[in-house]
Design a protein around this ligand. Structure first.
Ligand SMILES: [Zn+2]
Length: 403
C-alpha cells in the first residue's frame, strides 16, 4: 500500500510488527496511512525516521494514575504512613505543605510515562473541602502543558469520602465544569458507611451531566460484592454501559465461585469495566475469568512514588509484567493478554478513537528492543522512539519536548 508524500509525511522505517514481519510505517498528520515493507524507498520526499529493526507496538494506556500525589522528581522520602489506609490519608495531608507544587510533580511523572511509551493516561485527582478544586485546576494545567504529547483524562476523586465530608458532592459536580472529565467514588461502605447515599449522589450527577463514573472499591468480602452489585445495577438502570469503571474490585479476588460469577455477570450485563494495578497487598481478581465472562479489564499504575507507595516510575510495560506475574502467566499468549490490558483495553474504556497499529489508526506508538511482544512484557524491554499523533515525543528513554 502507498501514501502520498507531503511535508507532513514521516516514515518510521525498518521496524518489525507483532507478527515478526519487517515494515515501514507511514504517518501523515496524526494518522498511520501506510504499513508495509519497502514503503520508505518509494517516498524519498518524506521525513525518514530510522527504526533500527526494533519492534513497533501501539501506545500504552495508563488507566489508573494519581498524578497529583506523586513525589517523582523530589528528594527521596521514606514511606511515613502506617499500614492502614486512614494513616496514608493523614500522612499525605501532613506532607502537602512540604512539597513542590502539584503541577511540577505531576509534570515530572508525565514525562516519565511518555518516555516509557504511554500515550494516554486516566488520572484520579483529589477533591475535598480543604483542597477544593485546586488539584483539578493543576492537572488541567498539566494536561494543557502536555497537549500533543499525551492524552490526559481527569477523574474528580473524593479521597476523604463523599457523604462524610459535606459539600464534597457539590465540589465533584463543580469539578466537571473546571477540568474534570469523570466522577469518582470511594468505598461507599468503608469510607461513608452509606452505600445508597454515595451511589445516589454520584449517579445523580453523572446522569445530569452525561459523564462517566470510576469508583475505587477496596472493600473486601460481602461489603465489596454488595458495592459491585449495586454499582452494576445502577449503571444498568442509567444506561451507562461502557462509561462505568470499578477500580481494583479486590473482593473479586477472594470471592467464592458463585459470588464471583454473579458479580462479574452483573458487571458484564451493565457494561461495567474493571481496572487493576495487580497490587500485591490484596487478592487479585482473575483477569482471564473476568474477560471470559465479558468484562473489559484494563490496567493502570495507580500510585507511583507517592505517600501511598514508594514504587514505580510510570512504566506501563512494567505494570503489564507485574499483572502477568501476579496472575501466574507464563505463555506468550498470556503475556499478550497482559499487554492488551495495558494498551488496547484501556484505550477502549478511555474512549480513545483509532487506537492500534493499523492503517487509519492514530499514530500513537512506540518502539522497543525486543524480538516479540511477549519478550517486551516479560523483560520490560527498553523503549526507544515514542510517537504521539505522528510526532516523536520521546527517544532513547527520554522525553523529547516538541521534537
Ligand atoms: Zn487509585
Amino acid at each position: 500500500m502507498t501514501a502520498a508524500a507531503n511535508c507532513t509525511t514521516s516514515i518510521l522505517a525498518n521496524v518489525r510488527l507483532m507478527d515478526g514481519e519487517a515494515a515501514d510505517i507511514v504517518m501523515q498528520s496524526d494518522r498511520i496511512t501506510g504499513i508495509a515493507a519497502g514503503l520508505a524507498d518509494t517516498m524519498p520526499a518524506a521525513t525518514r525516521i530510522e527504526g533500527d529493526g526494533l519492534l513497533a507496538l501501539p501506545g500504552l494506556v495508563d488507566g489508573h494514575m494519581h498524578l497529583d500525589k506523586t513525589l517523582t522528581g523530589c528528594v527521596w522520602m521514606g514511606h511515613r504512613a502506617g499500614p492502614e489506609r486512614i494513616s496514608r490519608i493523614e500522612k499525605e495531608k501532613e506532607l502537602r505543605d512540604e512539597l513542590p507544587p502539584v503541577v511540577e510533580r505531576a509534570a515530572n511523572l508525565v514525562r516519565c510515562c511518555i518516555a516509557h511509551g504511554t500515550t494516554a493516561i486516566r488520572t484520579h485527582v483529589d477533591v475535598d473541602p480543604d483542597l477544593g478544586l485546586s488539584h483539578v485546576h493543576a492537572l488541567a494545567e498539566v494536561r494543557e502543558q502536555f497537549a500533543g504529547h499525551v492524552d490526559i483524562q481527569i477523574v474528580a476523586f473524593p479521597q476523604l469520602g463523599v457523604m462524610r465530608c459535606p459539600g464534597t458532592a457539590d465540589l465533584l459536580e463543580a469539578g466537571l465544569s473546571e477540568g474534570a472529565d469523570l466522577l469518582e467514588g470511594l468505598d461507599p461502605i468503608l469510607i461513608d458507611d452509606d452505600l445508597d447515599g454515595q451511589l445516589s449522589a454520584l449517579f445523580d450527577i453523572a446522569e445530569r451531566k452525561g459523564v462517566g463514573i470510576d469508583i475505587h472499591l477496596h472493600d473486601a468480602g460481602a461489603h465489596g460484592l454488595a458495592e459491585i452489585n449495586a454499582v452494576s445495577e445502577r449503571a444498568g438502570v442509567a444506561g451507562m454501559a461502557g462509561r462505568v469503571t470499578v477500580s481494583h474490585g479486590f473482593c473479586l479476588g477472594a470471592a467464592a465461585d458463585d459470588d464471583f460469577a454473579r458479580a462479574v455477570d452483573a458487571m458484564a450485563k451493565a457494561g461495567v469495566s474493571l481496572v487493576t494495578h495487580g497490587g500485591a497487598s490484596s487478592p487479585l481478581p482473575a483477569v482471564k475469568a473476568l474477560r471470559g465472562r465479558g468484562v473489559r479489564v484494563f490496567a493502570g499504575n495507580d500510585d507511583v512514588r507517592d505517600p501511598w507507595s514508594p514504587f514505580g516510575n510510570g512504566d506501563m510495560l512494567e505494570r503489564a509484567m507485574l499483572l502477568a506475574w501476579r496472575s501466574g502467566y507464563r505463555t506468550d499468549d498470556d503475556l499478550a493478554i497482559a499487554f492488551d490490558c495495558a494498551s488496547a483495553a484501556g484505550a477502549a474504556v478511555l474512549n480513545i478513537e483509532g487506537h492500534g497499529l493499523a492503517v487509519g489508526s492514530r499514530a500513537d506508538l512506540f518502539t522497543v528492543d525486543a524480538e516479540t511482544l511477549a519478550e517486551a512484557v516479560a523483560q520490560r524491554a527498553p523503549r526507544d522512539l515514542v510517537f504521539k499523533a505522528g510526532r516523536v515525543v520521546a527517544k532513547g528513554g527520554e522525553f523529547a519536548d516538541g521534537a
